[in-house]
Structures are given as structure tokens and as C-alpha cells.
Design a binder for this molecule. Structure first.
Ligand SMILES: [Zn+2]
Length: 449
């Protein structure tokens, strides 16, 4: 399987031997606001990558950090008067809630930055010992120029980096490129003890402290959105490789493109910010996944009503097909296996999910067009859809086990036959409240969700 690696700007082979161990780290959210569609875009892709690698027989350990201390959180505290505990607890639980709703369950471990303060301090101490870090009156900084390859990931030389560096009012910093490893406490800020006095970690060091303590200094895959390449990921390499001298820090750097809303990059200042919860009011989670997967992971995705409605249509057609075949057991025949292989083959070439989606759409279209499916055909379709679900998470399933639903439907029919319409309606309402609709036709009653 091939994947595009940002550092070497080339397609690199990922060896997918059965039982092979791979370690993947993806930058998680800063928990200071509701998860938005940009998050959905990023984390749906890495979820599908994780599911696919596991499907290929790899024993993948997927680690994600949760940034629970960072400048944006401090800003939020100041703006709202809320406590650090309140903000981070509220938004981390909303994040997990949204991940669950979007069927993103592939992460093995979520590491909260503030649980790794000791490891962060240990890394800063080692950087100081090697001459890569220095203390000022307001913090500890990394000496970026001392790391000769600073700029390699983002393909920039020092002059270009200088031009882009934010010039802060900080006389003590040796160089504008230097970045904070530790920030000394200012009034009313949350803080932890350190050899440099009370304070909090810089953003970049949180991730390398977490990955070093869980994976060691070297691991396989590091993912995140493209806008994290510089300075975040660039600085991670500088920190970890300066400490360990074991290169490369990771074998594959994978970066996802951003999300546009109606062709404009989503951003808070433009007020075109769409939260995942808002989108879920109008679209199934499966539709959101389909929409994101219909674009290549490293290209921008445009969130607009038409694309979302198309994806919802696709999700519904898949659900109709699933519904049509659910009275037959799964049947793994040669033909069914071939159909699955055809669907997943594009994922081997740099996770070409749009091509995989086209294969699925055509499979669903052909299957729905067939009149009078045999039990064998139904079983084969069921097998294909269940494999598709394992990797892509796009088959809409009922919110209650189907068996219980059928029992309720039968009970309602009995009640209606007896003329007890009040009780029958109560069942309908109770199902409705869980998002399940009953459709009464001349041939009988059907459930729809
Ligand atoms: Zn990160």
C-alpha cells in the first residue's frame, strides 16, 4: 500500500504484512470550543485509515492527544470568565460525544497533555542540557537555528521562515524563530511546578512528550491537518530529533486538506463556522462521512448544501439496499469477495477514497436495479455491505437492534387489528422519538430510520 509522505514529498510504500505492528499519532483538538466540520474532516479520514490498516491485518495502535492547556484556552478563560477546569471538561466531553456520533471509534488512547507534565519537563531539561533551549524571564525557548534541518518538513529555508515568523514583543528571545517550550505563569493562569518556576508547557512539546512516553522516540505515522505542518510539526521534529538523535522521528507524515464552506475556508473570523452538531441536525453521520470521503484526503473539501444533500442521498440508497437484504444471512462467496476487493482496491493507492466511493455508488445502483433478488444474492450483498461498514462506516444502522424493532412492529399490528389504536399510536410515537418511522402500505407496515 502506498501513501504520500509530506517530508519526502513522495509516495512511500507501507508494508502491510499480517500481524505487523504500526504506531500512529494524530494531533487532537484544543478543547476550547465545539467541534466543527474541519475536525470532522480530519478525524473521519484518520478513522478510515486506521480501520483500513486494521482490515489489512495490521495491529495498529492509534494515539491521539487532547490539548487541554494552550493559549486559546487561556483566551477563552479571559473572554468568558469560566475556569480552566470548566472549559476543558465541557469541550473534551463534547469532542468525545461528536466522535462517537460520527462513528469514530478507532482511537486506542486519548492522551491529555496535562497528564504528561513530568514528561514535558524531562524533555525540556534534556534540550537545555544539549544547548537547544534557554531560559528567559518569561519562559524557556527552543533555539530553532541550532537544529540544522528546521524548515525541512515545510520546505522553507531560514529566510522564508524569518519572513513568516510572528515578531513578538520579546526582547529576550535570541531569534524570532525560537519557540516556547515553557511559559512562566502570568496572573490567573493555570500552572504547574517546574525547575523554571510555575508555568505551563508550550504547545509543540506536549505532543513529543506524549509520543515519546508511549511510543518511544521513533514511530510510524504522524497525521494532522495541513495547517499544522509549520510551525507545529516542524517544531516536533526539531525537539524530538535533537533529544534522541534517532532519525527519522516518524516514517510517514500524512497531512489532510482543509475544509471550505461554500468555497471559502472556514474560519471563526469569517463567521462561516459550522459545528458538527449543527450539521448532524440535517444530515446523517454516514452522509457526513460520505461527503468527506468523496474528496481526496489531501485536497480541500467543500461543505455546501448540494454536496451534503448528495451525500445524504447516497447514504439513504445504501440504507435502502441494506434494508432490502437484511432477511438473509451474510454469504461470503467468491463473487462477493471480488466485489469487496474492487471497492477497496483504490485505497491501496494513497487512500483514494473518492474512487472507492464511486465503486460503492455503482455497486449499490446495480444491486437496487435488480428485481427479485435471490437469497444467495441478498446474502452476498449483505456481506459486501458489512465489509464496507467495517472500513468506511457509511451503512446507516437502526438505533435499536432490528430484532426488537420487529417485535414492536408486530405488537403494533396486533393492537391495530384489535382496534386498540391508542396503544398502537403510543408505539409509533415511541419509535418516532428514536428517529424510527413506520410506513403503512397496502402490503404491510415497514420501518424506516
Ligand atoms: Zn499536535
Amino acid at each position: 500500500m502506498e501513501i504520500r509522505d509530506t517530508l519526502s514529498s513522495s509516495l512511500k510504500e507501507i508494508e502491510t504484512r499480517e500481524g505487523k505492528r504500526l504506531y500512529m499519532f494524530v494531533c487532537g483538538p484544543t478543547v476550547q470550543d465545539d467541534p466543527h466540520m474541519g475536525h470532522a474532516r480530519t478525524y473521519i479520514f484518520y478513522d478510515v485509515l486506521a480501520r483500513y490498516l486494521r482490515y489489512r491485518g495490521i495491529r495498529l495502535f492509534y494515539l491521539m492527544n487532547i490539548t487541554d492547556i494552550e493559549d486559546h484556552i487561556i483566551t477563552k478563560m479571559k473572554e468568558t470568565g469560566r475556569s480552566w477546569e470548566d472549559i476543558t471538561a465541557t469541550y473534551s466531553s463534547r469532542f468525545f460525544d461528536v466522535m462517537e456520533k460520527l462513528k469514530i471509534r478507532s482511537v486506542n488512547y486519548y492522551a491529555f497533555a496535562t497528564d504528561f507534565i513530568e514528561e514535558i519537563i524531562s524533555q525540556i531539561k534534556r534540550l537545555m542540557k544539549k544547548g537547544y533551549a534557554y531560559e528567559t524571564s518569561d519562559g524557556v525557548y527552543y533555539r530553532a537555528r541550532k537544529f540544522k534541518e528546521y524548515g525541512r518538513l515545510s520546505k522553507q529555508n531560514l529566510d522564508q521562515l524569518m519572513a513568516g515568523a510572528r515578531v513578538e514583543v520579546n526582547e529576550e528571545k535570541e531569534d524570532p524563530l525560537d519557540f516556547a517550550l515553557w511559559k512562566k505563569k502570568k496572573e490567573r493562569e493555570p500552572s504547574w511546578q517546574s525547575p523554571w518556576g510555575e508555568g505551563r508547557p508550550g504547545w509543540h512539546i506536549e505532543d513529543t512528550a506524549i509520543t515519546e512516553s508511549i511510543f518511544g522516540p521513533n514511530y510510524d505515522i504522524h497525521g494532522g491537518a495541513k495547517d499544522l505542518i509549520f510551525p507545529h510539526h516542524e517544531s516536533e521534529i526539531a525537539q524530538m530529533e535533537a533529544i534522541s538523535r534517532k532519525r527519522p522521528m516518524v516514517k510517514y507524515w500524512i497531512h489532510t486538506g482543509h475544509l471550505n464552506v461554500d468555497d471559502i475556508k472556514m474560519s471563526k473570523s469569517l463567521k462561516n463556522f459550522v459545528t458538527v452538531e449543527e450539521a448532524l441536525k440535517n444530515y446523517w453521520p454516514e452522509a457526513i462521512r460520505i461527503m468527506m470521503l468523496s474528496m481526496k484526503y489531501n485536497a480541500p473539501v467543500n461543505f455546501e448544501e448540494k454536496a451534503a444533500a448528495d451525500a445524504q442521498g447516497t447514504a439513504e440508497r445504501i440504507a435502502i439496499l441494506q434494508h432490502r437484504v437484511d432477511d438473509s444471512p451474510e454469504l461470503k462467496t467468491e463473487r462477493a469477495v471480488e466485489a469487496v476487493m474492487k471497492i477497496f482496491a483504490p485505497l491501496e493507492s494513497d487512500m483514494n477514497t473518492p474512487e472507492t466511493m464511486r465503486e460503492i455508488v455503482s455497486f449499490v445502483k446495480d444491486s437496487l436495479a435488480k428485481k427479485g433478488l435471490t437469497i444467495q444474492e441478498k446474502g452476498e450483498i449483505r456481506y459486501v455491505l458489512s465489509e464496507v461498514e467495517k472500513v468506511l462506516g457509511i451503512v446507516h444502522t437502526p438505533p435499536l437492534p432490528e430484532r426488537s424493532l420487529n417485535v414492536l412492529l408486530e405488537l403494533r399490528n396486533e393492537l391495530r387489528k384489535k382496534g386498540d389504536f391508542t396503544s398502537a399510536d403510543r408505539i409509533r410515537e415511541s419509535l418516532n422519538s428514536r428517529g424510527i418511522k413506520i410506513e403503512d402500505t397496502a402490503e404491510g407496515s415497514y420501518l424506516w430510520w
